[in-house]
Write a protein that binds this ligand. Structure first.
Ligand SMILES: [Mg+2]
Length: 357
């Protein structure tokens, strides 16, 4: 199927955890509500409703800060088994429309509806039907984006949030992308965005001024190709229903390079807490094989180290860090921790091979 004819929908539930809690306790309606860890335990918000967002609250914000900005905030503990059960039913709704569903987390998925013939084959009508079906069965709202590829569908789903639908039809892609700020592109984080801004690249139109792909890859490496393609509205990634994550990691770029040994401990603790939260969001949990850390130094050199492990363990990360850091004692600009999973597919391959020997 020619890429221009692909029809991709990105569905994203609106403040999923908070919305479920409010649905299950109507006394919470109209109040600022957040789900997350306790301030006393240095917890952070997993999500909060739109009333809370008016106070400047957002996910990943420390609970302590959130409660200072919004003293009347109702803080609820994370009830992951409940959210997972709801997520499972929503995933089942997606599969009523197509089997080409790639879940990104408990509350988000890409759907490829290119060959669906129902709803006159209209991705817009399908997206509308999915949103209605979720609302009817779960009493929860979802936002959806429709576009010819994943990158644009994901941007589109956030465009009219909450409870919105936004469509970027193929003829509108070029104009839509022009005004898009570079920080909306995948692979562009806060630090890269700053770097791009400093070079005069604020929007995709600015990036498109660079007409040679080589010029961008020379300057930005692999990211250069993504920038080249995305600024032209191109994204070849297929919706892959069997895509299994090989690893999960979280990282943080510090505003100031860390030089003191006593600064690393709290940073590692924070990252470990965030990693545990990310692991809970995975739709298909798998056995852990390794724990790893990643360090980037002030001079942009990087090193990573890993250790065999079946769980995530803070002490292990500290051990890995100390071992690595004592060898290379330089100021640190980025720290990351993660786990890699046992490869289920390669195990199967191996067994099949044995059968034929
Ligand atoms: Mg969401």
């Amino acid at each position: 199927m020619p890429e221009t004819l692909r029809k991709i929908i990105h569905v994203d539930m609106d403040c999923f955890y908070a919305a479920i809690e409010i649905r299950d306790d109507p006394t919470l309606i109209g109040k600022p509500v957040a789900v997350g860890g306790l301030a006393e335990q240095r917890g952070v918000l997993c999500t909060c409703n739109y009333i809370a967002r008016q106070y400047g609250l957002h996910s990943a914000m420390p609970t302590q800060t959130a409660q200072r900005l919004c003293p009347e905030l109702i803080m609820l503990p994370v009830n992951m088994s409940k959210y997972k059960a709801v997520s499972k039913r929503i995933q089942a709704i997606f599969h009523e429309f197509t089997d080409l569903v790639e879940p990104l987390s408990l509350d988000e998925a890409y759907l490829d509806v290119s060959v669906v013939t129902e709803y006159k084959g209209s991705a817009t009508l399908i997206a509308q039907a999915i949103r209605e079906r979720i609302f009817k069965t779960e009493n929860l709202t979802a936002s959806a984006g429709v576009a010819p590829n994943k990158f644009l569908a994901k941007i589109a789903s956030a465009w009219k949030k909450p409870n919105g639908l936004f469509v970027i039809p193929p003829p509108a892609v070029t104009d839509f992308v022009k005004t898009l700020p570079v920080e909306k592109l995948y692979g562009v984080g806060k630090v890269t965005a700053q770097k791009l801004h400093a070079l005069g690249f604020k929007t995709c139109a600015d990036l498109r001024q660079i007409q040679s792909l080589t010029a961008l890859t020379t300057q930005f490496g692999k990211l250069g190709q993504h920038l080249y393609e995305q600024s032209r509205g191109i994204d070849h990634r297929p919706v892959d229903p069997r895509r299994l994550r090989k690893s999960v990691s979280v990282e943080h770029t510090f505003t100031h390079d860390l030089t003191q040994l006593n600064e690393y401990q709290p940073a590692l603790l924070d990252l470990h807490t965030k990693l545990l939260q990310r692991l809970q969001m995975i739709t298909e949990p798998r056995p852990i094989k390794n724990q790893f850390i990643k360090i980037k130094f002030h001079d942009f050199t990087a090193i990573s180290a890993e250790i065999k492990s079946q769980k995530t363990d803070l002490q292990c990360y500290q051990h890995l860090f100390n071992n690595t850091y004592t060898k290379i004692n330089k100021p640190i600009r980025l720290l990351g921790v993660g786990v890699s999973f046992a490869e289920i597919e390669s195990v199967t391959d191996f067994q099949q091979q044995e059968l034929f020997e």
